[in-house]
Design a protein around this ligand. Structure first.
Ligand code: MG
Length: 401
């Protein structure tokens, strides 16, 4: 029997090459040269995640057998007694993904092989089109069509739109203002226009980003039904999960949900009661590959597909983890893709490549991705009070971002 390989060090690397603060865990093992990487990126609260890893998780996992991924995940989750929160889940994910990376390297196999092997050669992705008005959105969509993307998310003025006519009360504080009902009118008009301009073949997606009151979101899902979206994302906030019953009963717009989810009780009823069509957690936010694999398998029994969260605040390591899940999952639906710049590709050798809208693995053992730590150190994270999440209704009251 071969000698047990153990965890000898847990490093937390925080870097900001392109806007988002990325948190990467690097596990060093007792086998010379063998290490693994994991994503623990909660960009808005990266200090808290780093502290959770360095002060709580690292002492807990030091010296443990790297092969015991499941046991380490289960014990890491219950050891703090209070559990299923975003900081701890991300910290656990960093360790979990790094251990999957290590297991793949030890086996000489990509992680998708450990999950059960490929169901497909590449993961179909969607890109983000945006514009200040509906004409610019069409131009942006055509730009991605020219690159052979088959799925394109359409937004106008970013999340919440750019309101044309907000009348604030005197003394209203600064903030990211938007008008929920104006948003409904303008976005529905934009989606209708884009569909009319580009025809029926291209799959269109839209992200409400939980910015509407439930009854307005239900009306919106009905209003866009004729335009045959591939999915409508985060139509409701997790706090309003129960309203999915009403939305589902009233229209056949496909629904995608879940980037904010922390706790199994948030996604289990939606899958079990067949209230959504795509489950799309931020894989580090739910605790890593181990729970994502379980949720994918669970969702598969209900014919709910995966669409893991994949914008710029999922690290390149997290994108690699998404891809391995995508290649394996029988119920893979679509992969969100943010198109990193050259600096990020230099910093993370092995970052998956996308050609004609398909994301391909490199087939190296493990997650197939590395980090240039010297380069990462040249882009330290900057502290800031985040503005875009200080969202407000026209009268100045706080709204969910
Ligand atoms: Mg989203």
């Amino acid at each position: 029997m071969s000698e047990i390989v153990t965890i000898q060090d847990v490093k937390t690397i925080v870097t900001q090459p392109a806007g988002s603060r990325l948190v990467i865990v690097k596990i060093i093992t007792s086998e010379p040269g063998l290490y693994g990487l994991g994503c623990a990126t909660f960009t808005q609260r990266f200090h808290a995640v780093r502290t959770a890893i360095e002060k709580h998780l690292k002492p807990f996992v030091m010296g443990r057998d790297v092969d015991r991924i499941e046991e380490i995940w289960q014990m890491s989750m219950i050891n703090g007694y209070w559990r299923n929160g975003p900081v701890l889940n991300n910290a656990i994910s960093g360790v979990d993904q790094a251990l999957w990376d290590i297991k793949g390297k030890r086996a000489g196999m990509p992680v998708y092989q450990l999950l059960g092997g490929k169901c497909r050669e590449a993961a179909d992705t969607y890109a983000h089109a945006n514009g200040r008005d509906k004409y610019e959105v069409v131009d942006s969509v055509r730009h991605f069509m020219a690159q052979d993307y088959r799925h394109i998310r359409v937004q106008m003025g970013g999340y919440g739109g750019q309101s044309e006519s907000i009348q604030k009360p005197d003394g209203a504080p600064d903030g990211a203002y938007y008008h929920p009902r104006e948003y409904c009118r303008r976005m529905c008009d934009m989606i209708e226009h884009v569909r009319a301009e580009i025809g029926p073949e291209i799959e269109l997606l839209h992200d409400i980003h939980e910015r509407l009151r439930p009854i307005d979101a239900i009306q919106f899902a009905k209003d866009v039904e004729p335009f045959k979206l591939f999915f409508l994302e985060d139509a409701l906030a997790p706090e309003d999960n129960a309203y999915f019953h009403h939305m589902r009963a009233q229209c056949a717009t496909p629904l995608a949900m879940g980037e904010l989810f922390n706790h199994p009780h948030e996604w289990m009823p939606l899958i079990q009661e067949r209230l959504i069509d795509f489950i799309r957690m931020h894989v580090s936010q739910m605790g890593g590959i181990t729970p994502a694999r379980n949720v994918a398998a669970y969702a598969n029994m209900y014919n709910v597909r995966t669409a893991w969260h994949g914008p710029g605040d999922t690290s390149p390591v997290g994108h690699a983890a998404n891809l391995h899940l995508d290649l394996w999952a029988p119920n893979f639906g679509i992969q969100e893709w943010c198109r990193f710049n050259d600096l990020v590709y230099d910093m993370f050798p092995g970052l998956p490549e996308v050609r004609q809208g398909y994301m391909y693995p490199n087939d190296n053992p493990g997650l197939g991705i590395d980090i240039d730590e010297d380069l990462a150190a040249k882009y330290p994270p900057e502290d800031e009070i985040i503005q875009w999440t200080q969202t407000r209704a026209p009268d100045g009251s706080p709204m969910r971002p």
